[in-house]
Design a protein around this ligand. Structure first.
Ligand code: NAP
Length: 290
């Protein structure tokens, strides 16, 4: 990287591991395009050293970090002020340090919805949605969908207790929402639900590089062509799940849009400026074959 000066403000990503992250490429390009004297670097932190790492951010004058697996929940107690999504989800993906205060926000939820509005555009209200997975991104997507007034969410997971935990977390907040959980190994229920739903969202890492020959589920041969299939994975650009969806004439979307939109919201929190979304999207597509 060129152009780092004595005045350059430092941002970064805190996780373990972080070597796979595209965020440094994305944010450094955005800072450059916006003409900002800022840089973004990876902080791979041993989980046993998280407390030291967070304490050091302010000491070293770091202005903000994204937080990724496995720290999104662990950093919560270190934040003195929380945005609404971070408070409701109990997870932080964006930390800002200003005025001697640590602010925690979560941009995954709004990032998903903004990407949906930009790329998919179909209304979510009244739809029946299947989510694969019950981890951090599934919880953020669940909250986003509930706010959009979807009719029903079915969580398919390996571990049903995690699915029930998400349901219990939101049931009082969204009493109208119909909820169902199912095991990914219950083939009969899975196939039936996939034929009946309007939207399918993969919130597991299954299919991500280098395990590109895996999919969280096999799609039935006969599906409604109006079914929308969204995979949060963006590397590869077309996962096996999306390939199967394409073969069944479904409308398919990968996670690049969400990556860009959640990053855009972090960028806006830190800089107060608009994120150059299309330019950064083109840059990532050109440089990463996404
Ligand atoms: P997470 O908190 O670790 O949750 C992963 C979920 O996937 C868990 O429910 C896990 O089940 C399930 N899972 C893992 N391996 C599985 C397998 N082989 N078969 C079935 N289920 C499996 O991770 P996350 O933060 O939710 O992220 C999930 C994926 O979304 C990752 O690939 C991540 O890169 C992607 N993501 C993309 C964006 C974006 O902006 N596009 C944003 C966030 C996340 P168990 O609990 O049983 O292990």
């Amino acid at each position: 990287m060129t152009g780092i000066k004595g005045t350059t403000q430092i941002f970064g990503i805190l996780g373990y591991p972080v070597g796979h992250s595209i965020s440094p490429l994305m944010h450094n390009r955005a800072f450059e395009l916006a003409g900002l004297d800022m840089c973004y670097i990876p902080f791979e932190v041993d989980p046993a050293q998280l407390d030291h790492a967070i304490g050091s951010l302010a000491v070293l004058g770091v202005k903000g970090v994204n937080v990724t697996i496995p720290f999104k929940e662990d950093v919560l107690p270190h934040c003195q002020k929380l945005g609404e999504s971070a408070r409701i989800l109990g997870a932080v993906n964006t930390i800002s340090l200003r005025d001697h205060t640590v602010y925690g926000d979560n941009t995954d939820c709004d990032g998903f919805i903004n990407a949906w509005r930009e790329e998919v555009q179909s209304p979510l209200e009244g739809t029946r949605v299947i989510i694969f997975g019950a981890g951090g991104s599934a919880k953020a997507v669940y909250y986003a969908l509930a706010r959009e007034k979807v009719k029903k969410i079915t969580l398919f997971t390996r571990d049903l207790t995690k699915a029930h935990r998400i349901y219990n977390h939101f049931s009082a907040m969204f009493p109208e929402l119909q909820e169902e959980t199912g095991s990914l190994s219950d083939e009969e229920m899975l196939q039936q639900s996939l034929c009946d739903c309007d939207v399918i969202i993969n919130c597991t890492p299954v299919g991500m590089w280098p395990h590109t020959d895996e999919a969280p589920a096999v799609l039935p041969q006969q599906m409604k062509p109006s079914t929308l299939l969204y995979d949060l994975v963006y590397n590869p650009a077309e996962t096996l799940l999306l390939r199967e969806g394409r073969a069944r004439s479904l409308r398919i979307y990968n996670g690049l849009g969400m990556l860009l939109h959640q990053g855009a919201l972090s960028f806006e929190i830190w800089t107060g400026m608009r994120f150059p979304l299309q330019e950064v999207r083109n840059f990532l597509k050109e440089n990463l074959d996404l």
